[in-house]
Design a protein around this ligand. Structure first.
Ligand SMILES: NC(=O)c1ccc[n+]([C@@H]2O[C@H](COP(=O)([O-])OP(=O)(O)OC[C@H]3O[C@@H](n4cnc5c(N)ncnc54)[C@H](O)[C@@H]3O)[C@@H](O)[C@H]2O)c1
Length: 281
């Protein structure tokens, strides 16, 4: 299937920030969209149908997924809220979504994971898709659960699943840390489209970053699928560093968990551990 054949793609969490940007990217590629969210989408185009649904309602989600070619799963707890919310939205929500997809015969899922699943790795270590999970937060743990169920569904039931560890989606990198994990809207659109169409996809983990390979992440797995990012963080570097300079060596800021790790503020929140353990080995 290709965009030109007007595939029908469902998006959960379609009313949110990523959903709103991705809708435009997928529409431009010729897809028709089924938008699922518990909040209303108020600006549907003729290529879209929108439904108010809670993703934990498996029966309702199954009904809305009928006839879709793939589902992009964005709905989740998107803050570091207490465990109960992570369990309801990111754990039970992902179980419901994957089981609903299977029941509806929608055997392709593009899962919005996050770099926060590896957030406690040192900032200076370049990670590929084999990096050990080191979530920096309850949020990161919830996202890691979605990767696990995706892998199980892919191997046990022959689903095709692409887990995209998104860095930060924005029109440009907003600070020094994001120079290494920023992804533009069109690059995210390209990655998601690869998840929808790639004939060889089984289960892959890729990083949702624009062209910053070698800085924080080694995204060869995405390149192997044909990903060719069109945007680079490098042209923004001087501007970002002018506002967010590198801390002086040996200064307290240089040893802050938010500075030492990939996860930034999420790593530093509630931190009572030892900064020594966050250093690269
Ligand atoms: N924004 C980023 O840069 C970024 C980075 C990494 C990962 N992600 C991931 O991308 C996805 C989307 O993020 P976002 O920034 O758009 O978040 P967001 O909070 O703006 O949007 C999330 C959407 O999900 C919906 N939702 C939540 N629980 C639901 C439920 N039970 N039933 C139905 N809908 C529900 C919300 O109503 C909301 O519209 C998330 O999974 C997030 O973890 C985003």
């Amino acid at each position: 299937m290709s965009g030109a054949e007007h595939g029908l793609i469902a998006i959960t969490g379609a009313a949110g920030l990523v959903g709103t940007g991705l809708r435009q990217q997928l529409r431009e590629r010729g897809y028709r969209l089924v938008l699922l969210d518990r909040k209303p989408v108020t600006d549907c185009t003729g290529a879209e149908q929108s439904f108010l649904v809670d993703i934990t309602d498996q029966t309702a989600v199954t009904r809305h997924l009928q006839g879709c070619d793939a589902v992009v799963h964005l709905a989740a707890c998107t803050t570091d809220a207490p465990w109960a919310e992570q369990v309801t939205l990111s754990v039970e929500g992902s179980i419901s979504l994957f089981e609903a997809a299977r029941a509806a015969g929608v055997m392709r899922v593009i899962y919005a994971s996050s770099h926060h699943v590896v957030g406690y790795h040192p900032r200076t270590t370049v990670l590929d898709e084999h990096a050990v999970l080191k979530p920096d937060s309850r949020y990161g743990v919830g996202k890691a659960f979605g990767e696990s169920i995706g892998a199980m569904m892919a191997y046990k039931y022959d689903m095709r699943v692409l887990s995209i560890r998104i860095g930060n989606v924005n029109s440009k990198p907003i600070d020094r840390r994001r120079l290494g994990n920023w992804i533009s809207w069109r690059d995210l659109g390209q990655l998601v489209s690869l998840g929808i169409t790639h004939p060889e996809l089984r289960y892959e983990v890729v990083y949702g970053i624009s062209d910053a390979t070698g800085r924080d992440y080694d995204n060869r797995a995405a390149h192997a699928l044909g990903y060719r990012p069109q945007d680079q963080s490098e042209p923004f570097e001087a501007d970002v560093l002018a506002h967010d300079p590198v801390p002086a060596q040996g200064s307290p800021q240089a040893f802050a968990p938010s500075e030492m790790t990939k996860g930034g503020v999420f790593s530093g929140n509630e931190f009572t551990g030892s900064s020594e353990r966050l250093r690269p080995r």
